[in-house]
Design a protein around this ligand. Sequence first.
Ligand code: PLP
Length: 452
Amino acid sequence: MKQKRFILQENELPTAWYNIQADMPTKPMPPIHPATRQPLGVDDLAHIFPRECCVQELDTEHDFIPIPEEVLDKYSFYRSTPLVRAYALEEALQTPAHIYFKNESVNPLGSHKINSALAQCYYAKQEGTTNVTTETGAGQWGAALAYAARVFDLEAAVYQVKISMQQKPYRSSIMRTFGAAVTGSPSMSTRAGKDIITRDPHHPGSLGTAISEAVELATTTPNCKYTLGSVLNHVGLHQTIIGLEAEKQMAMAGEYPDVVIACFGGGSNFGGIAFPFMRHNLKDGRHTEFIAAEPESCPKLTRGEFRYDFGDEAGYTPLLPMFTLGHTFKPANIHAGGLRYHGAGMIISQLLKDGLMRGVDIPQLESFDAGMLFARTEGIIPAPESSHAIAATIREALKCKQTGEEKVILFNLSGHGLIDMSAYDQYLNGDLMNYKISDADIERTLQGVPGE
Ligand SMILES: *Cc1c(COP(=O)(O)O)cnc(C)c1O
């Protein structure tokens, strides 16, 4: 197996995150209050989230935001992550393209989510908080938060969607190993949970129920803050450490990407690798292309509409301007659990509207075909989410094969799939299928969207 890896020394690590809001030609529209329709400020958000995260959320001025010393110190436990030239994949595809990937699976939790979990827990600790809470579906975010809370000596309470807890038992074991209290949602521990269970004793849980419980816990418990693993601007900000490192590592390789690709759930790993390169399109006349790979079964970028919509199924959050399928959209039960979200983050939605990036949708079987080829060529079993980025990369590399172009393609490997092997089993046994949704289904859930 021929491979070339580029690693940064500790003194070469980036020391500030990149805030693309400062450079956007059109700033993202603000989150608004559902009843008053007034834009929300830092004070409106700071009773739920750590205050510094709220400041970052709404900062459209500062292009670089220093990473606190303590966070940098924790990053250095596992960063830099390798940038890898995927020679074996190139060879298998017989493509003239140069394929690179940034390997975010190499850390204690196995996905990129730890980059923001550490920052959010640090800020929570700084302001005197003792407890953090969150929701998790498949469990990657909950696991990252449980670890980060341990690192900063905070108590973590995670509400995990009940049905996911049963289907993916190892992720709750990981959270509990790091000391988090994990509760299946809906639960009897909150008023919201009791109400749901009273109405429907066998409710399987959803991100909507888990968000309501976590937010209720944060707002009713002194010294407790709520955290979120994707979608919001400050989460994408923390993830830019990925692209800022990749920028330096591509320079070590003597190349610059023509195409940057990442899979897309709410946008944090895509923004993380893309924004630092997009900066050079916005400021220095570069022409890199940016592609976000979403599942065919949850196509908010390619088939959703730009609207003000709720961030959660139950409609408890502020209204956010986003490309959405409607907050009541129920995605098929595909294995890329991290990509089953109905909307796109606010920054990404504006960038897509302005034509600065594009989305592609990938059928489930194509994503697994791509993941298998990647595993067999590069020796890493990718997360089902990440396989969507690999599939989009393969499409681009095969185009290069036809045209003879030697494009440089960079994609983000957002995580490994070692706790998703039951999904691989189903694929290998021929039991997986595609889920395409009809226009009528999308139209139906879009009718329930409050904003125009
Ligand atoms: C959560 C997750 C995603 C999707 O979330 P984004 O915020 O869109 O990045 C992708 N890959 C992995 C491995 C994840 O855990």
